[in-house]
Design a protein around this ligand. Structure first.
Ligand code: OAD
Length: 231
């Protein structure tokens, strides 16, 4: 068996598909800091603005397609003779559309909704509105994107910690390293002697913590790395 791999992707892998990253271009949306619309408090205070932000992102997602980086990771999962776990901070479905099967969406998914009253979850391709009713409990006003907001606990943390503990190679792709706990994964991997590779178009806050740094667009660097790993 080949060394087991854990991959962490961030907004940078979807940038060349046309999905906006969070922190490039100042991280502002209609004058709001992203952190201001992505919190339970913001939803409680001004659900309309929060829905507008996510409705725009959901509609835009339906117009874009996976790029060569997503496709290369799907090929890696299919053809690699060892364990591959894909952890993503992205709420888009571009990894799925490229053919990846095992994906841990630690920040949730924009094409899913959940009810704040009864916690029922279901697919969601339509705009959400503060007057919508939940299909399960029929209460109004509680439907929100199934996305982990600032101050909430990310999904799948136990499983991620376990795979990081077993990994021999950790690869961080297109993530700025500003948001924890994901920003701490490289340190967790290093503590086991795991070989850490970073792919990013720029230096990041965490670049010095990686053993191997590949500077360039994900659509080029990810397929190159996958070719090496499949040799
Ligand atoms: P950021 O927007 O913070 O960082 C995107 C990173 O991708 C930056 O380091 C860019 O240099 C890099 N990048 C951009 N284009 C690239 C390309 N074509 N090829 C390679 N790298 C590229 O996004 P994340 O680190 O994913 O959380 O942000 C983490 C979390 O913060 C998000 O999941 C989101 C956000 O608030 C929630 O919504 C909970």
């Amino acid at each position: 068996m080949k060394p087991s791999i854990v991959i962490l992707t961030g907004a940078g892998i979807s940038a060349e598909s046309g999905v906006k990253t969070f922190r490039d271009a100042g991280g502002l949306w209609e004058g709001h800091r992203v952190e201001e619309v992505a919190t339970p408090e913001a939803f409680g205070r001004d659900a309309e603005t929060v829905h507008r932000f996510y409705n725009q992102r959901r509609q835009q997602l339906l117009t874009v397609a996976p790029n060569a980086a997503h496709t290369a990771l799907a090929k890696l999962e299919r053809d690699y003779q060892g364990g591959v776990t894909l952890v993503t901070q992205n709420v888009d479905d571009l990894h799925e559309r490229a053919g990846s099967k095992k994906i841990l969406h630690m920040h949730g998914e924009i094409l899913r909704k959940k009810c704040t009253w009864c916690d029922a979850k279901s697919d969601c391709r339509q705009d959400l509105d503060k007057t919508d009713r939940c299909d399960s409990c029929a209460r109004e006003g509680g439907l929100r994107p199934d996305i982990v907001w600032f101050g909430e606990i990310p999904y799948h943390l136990e499983e991620i910690d376990q795979v990081l503990g077993d990994a021999q190679i950790f690869i961080g792709i297109g993530t700025s390293g500003h948001v924890y706990p994901a920003a701490g994964f490289v340190e967790r991997a290093r503590s086991n002697g795991t070989w850490c590779i970073e792919i990013n178009k720029d230096q990041t806050a965490l670049s010095t913590r990686f053993d191997d740094q590949r500077l360039g667009p994900a659509s080029v660097e990810v397929p190159n790395l996958v070719t090496e790993l499949l040799r």
